[in-house]
Design a protein around this ligand. Structure first.
Ligand SMILES: [Zn+2]
Ligand SMILES: [Zn+2]
Length: 193
């Protein structure tokens, strides 16, 4: 998962370009196809929150090799550690795009993948802002998400959702703010003002 500074930022650009290409492709289609694409994209974006939770809880924290690298991120939150783009593209293609294409249509698969990419980008932005506090305004707006995620870094359990706490509540892994003080203090992690 070590992708360096260049790979870290390139991931945002590659996915943004891919998303624009997918939207442009849809705009070429008929009105009804566009509406179906939009529905699939909304479903994909909503599903992202669960994908994010499962990925963080079971892949990043449980899967050998990946776990070591994710723990390196926990230890050095500002190091440029992340999932290499080729790996996330492979996962997106094999686990989501191909099955959706086979089960439904190419249009629906493109729509759903676009929604998942929107989720991936938003997750990347939120996670970046939490650790780098840039841009400042967004960091202030994401204060609650920052506190939640830094509690995760300090405790290394719970609060697996980065963009939303919904699934942590559903699966009983939410770390309350009461637990925060002790955990944060013991790891000397700063919280944004
Ligand atoms: Zn983690
Ligand atoms: Zn983090």
């Amino acid at each position: 998962m070590v992708n360096g500074k260049l790979g870290y930022y390139a991931d945002f650009i590659i996915y943004a370009v891919l998303l624009v290409a997918l939207v442009a492709l849809t705009l070429e289609g008929s009105r009804s196809d566009q509406l179906i694409w939009l529905g699939a994209a909304i479903a994909g974006a909503a599903s992202w929150t669960l994908v994010e939770y499962v990925m963080h809880r079971f892949v990043f924290h449980r899967m050998p090799i990946v776990t070591d690298l994710h723990h390196a991120h926990h230890a050095s939150p500002r190091a440029y550690l992340g999932t290499p783009t080729w790996l996330s593209l492979l996962i997106l293609g094999v686990l989501f795009f191909l099955p959706l294409w086979r089960l439904f249509t190419l249009n629906i698969a493109f729509g759903a993948i676009s929604g998942l990419i929107m989720g991936w980008l938003w997750y990347g932005i939120v996670h970046h802002v939490i650790h780098y506090r840039r841009p400042r305004r967004l960091a202030i707006a994401l204060k609650a998400a920052s506190h939640r995620h830094l509690r995760h870094h300090a405790a290394a359990y719970g609060n697996f959702g980065v963009t939303t706490p919904v699934w942590d509540y559903v699966f009983g892994t939410h770390i309350s703010s009461g637990a925060r003080v002790k955990a944060i203090a013991s790891r000397k992690l700063e919280l944004p003002e």
